[in-house]
Design a protein around this ligand. Sequence first.
Ligand code: COS
Length: 384
Amino acid sequence: MIRDPQTLDALVDAVERFVRERLVPAEAAVAETDEIPDELVREMKALGLFGLTVPEAYGGLGVTMEEEVMVMLAMGQTSPCFRSLFGTTVGIGSQGILLDGTEAQKKKYLPRLATGELIASFALTEPGAGSDAASLRTTAIRDGDHYVVNGTKRFITNAPHAGIFTLMARTDPANKGAGGVSAFIVEAGTPGLSIGKRDKKMGQRGAHTADVIFENCRVPASQLIGGKEGQGFKTAMKVLEKGRIHIAAICVGVAERMLRDALDYAVEREQFGQRIAEFQLVQAMLADSKAEIYAARSMVIDAARKRDEGLDVSTEASCCKLFASEMCGRVADRAVQIFGGAGYIADYGIERFYRDVRLFRLYEGTSQIQQIVIARNMVREATQ
Ligand code: COS
């Protein structure tokens, strides 16, 4: 759903301009230094990017899913590390509060998330609990008007920058399944919470992940999301469902960028006395990429519209994440192929995208998890 096309066009235009004029020229330096300059972060805040999904009543832009997709298609036209900096705040880090938080929790945190003053992270994954998220072992045991949290969370995006963590922990150790898990808002700086060293990653330099370690960390009971125990796994699943459409939109945007770069190269580079774009084997790679991007783009917009209509989009969200992330990987591979030897050389930039996009098939649910979600839903519907 697009509420006001003119307002959305102005926002998308502003993001496109910011990407073109400020982020694209900074890509190589950010990859080199592993840091996004403070000035660019300030500009992201001024554009309202941290508050995209926070309702207007709490100081954000309150975009619909379809509007969010449009902004992410524009944001995808540059290194994905830039999106990552505000992505956890507009997405998985804040949505638990938005979807299931109490009014007091929303009032306390959403306005500061909207301005970018606070960055939110999502702490679900653990060393022993990745795809099998319900097996998480971090505990939060009630002690008076606090919970005492112990455990380690792994690969937590933006952990070194976060002001708050949406934490999933087991409040009922006797219940080893999803029903024993609760969600909390934990403030950075709470005694007993520490951040591990930054992970060295394959790509997406400029985006930082680390362990988050809880050692007898006392969290006020008022930080239990929604004030109800045992709801945390469902909160996490709802958050991830929305996040999968968001990531799929980014996959489409980045694929468009890589294809544009590959096409630019193909119409310039000459071999055997003509542009390589004239060769049909190169054209096949261009055409397959174009068609797959179009398919993924159409899927993402359709799923976003259905979600805005209030429909159950569990299957559609996983279809989008599965298809768009795998498509993005294929486009990256073809783009490197079109660049030939230059595709392997850092100066041309395409090898960086090739490494960056590999993450899309892994995080917020691997491709195999998306297949499981889709197939389970199909079987459930067929046997109801
Ligand atoms: N919305 C609301 N509730 C949901 C839901 C959704 N999208 N998906 C599942 N639930 C609910 C189920 O209805 C079930 O509730 P009941 O017990 O009341 O029926 C509960 O959550 C447990 O669901 P389920 O039985 O399907 O859990 P499983 O342990 O079998 O796990 C998968 C399901 C594998 C899909 C889940 O663990 C998963 O998504 N894993 C990947 C995690 C991930 O994406 N990690 C990325 C890290 S964060 S970047």
